[in-house]
Ligand binder design. Sequence first.
Ligand code: NAP
Length: 312
Amino acid sequence: MHGELHPVSIGIVGVGKIARDQHLPALAAQPGFRLAACASPHSRVDGLPHYTTLDAMLADEPALQAVSLCTPPQVRFAQARAALAAGKHVMLEKPPGASVSEVALLAELAREHRCTLFASWHSRHAPGVEAAREWLARRAIVSVNVQWKEDVRRWHPNQAWIWEPGGLGVFDPGINALSILTRVLPHAFFLTGADLWVPANQQTPIAAHLAFTDAAGTPIHAEFDWRHDAGELWQIDVTTRDGTLRLAQGGKQLAIDGAEIDVGPEREYPSLYARFLELIASGGSDVDVRPLQHVADAMLLGRRHLIDPFVP
Ligand code: NAP
């Protein structure tokens, strides 16, 4: 529907790390979109009309058809509401909001305004994820172990929002693992308990251990840690009666019983934008709050351990 002659005119909101690392290159390579403007309080993109607020962008760029929100989650709802009210299709970076309820309301607003709302989960577009889902669909699961560990100083420099309420702390990367799990595991699961380690000077956890189970009582264990300075460990092991599946490097690698399977190159963000285009063309929305719901449950059920202050 949207060929090269009629690309969807799109604006980026929040020109920070992920916008520069992934969204700008993915949009530059996607003929279905034409990046028309950006809105960000301070940061600019060379050669692109710039606005300091989304409202100013919406007022001055009436031809915009879509916006992609790459801002921190705490400001996501107000921006998405304004864009939907202006009749724009909206793509949300993960997490889709600061609370579960606000995302449900956005989905309603999208329906009301006949716009597409795409709550994106980039890790679900990692190349090993769909192959893992297909393999697991026919298997009896025995247990699941998730190790999601990285150095916060390397991956989140100068990001004060991650330590504020709504910033998720270590769940900001950890929710990527939960987005994969909710996609690949064949049965619904729920949190039964959690331990959260919170630095005394911060609002959000720097580490978390989570216990989940499903209706069959399958043990699902996850460890998220931001104090890991020995490279990144973004790994999910699913033990089944037919062998163990490992998704490593955030879903880029897939192995069954140690034998690696070729899943092709990494193209998470190009795939996200292709999906957004598809949703716009079909008049649909894609809003799955389950990963965020699990994080909310961890905040509900988690036992908090106050630890030494963390100085970024
Ligand atoms: P970031 O580097 O702090 O960038 C966020 C940007 O949002 C800032 O540069 C800031 O712009 C802008 N901003 C803040 N408030 C705004 C507002 N009211 N209106 C418009 N722009 C505003 O954070 P990030 O790492 O890019 O993360 C953003 C989102 O992407 C988060 O939800 C995160 O979970 C997700 N994400 C991040 C990564 C990653 O590797 N970092 C990966 C995947 C997803 P100014 O610079 O102009 O002040």
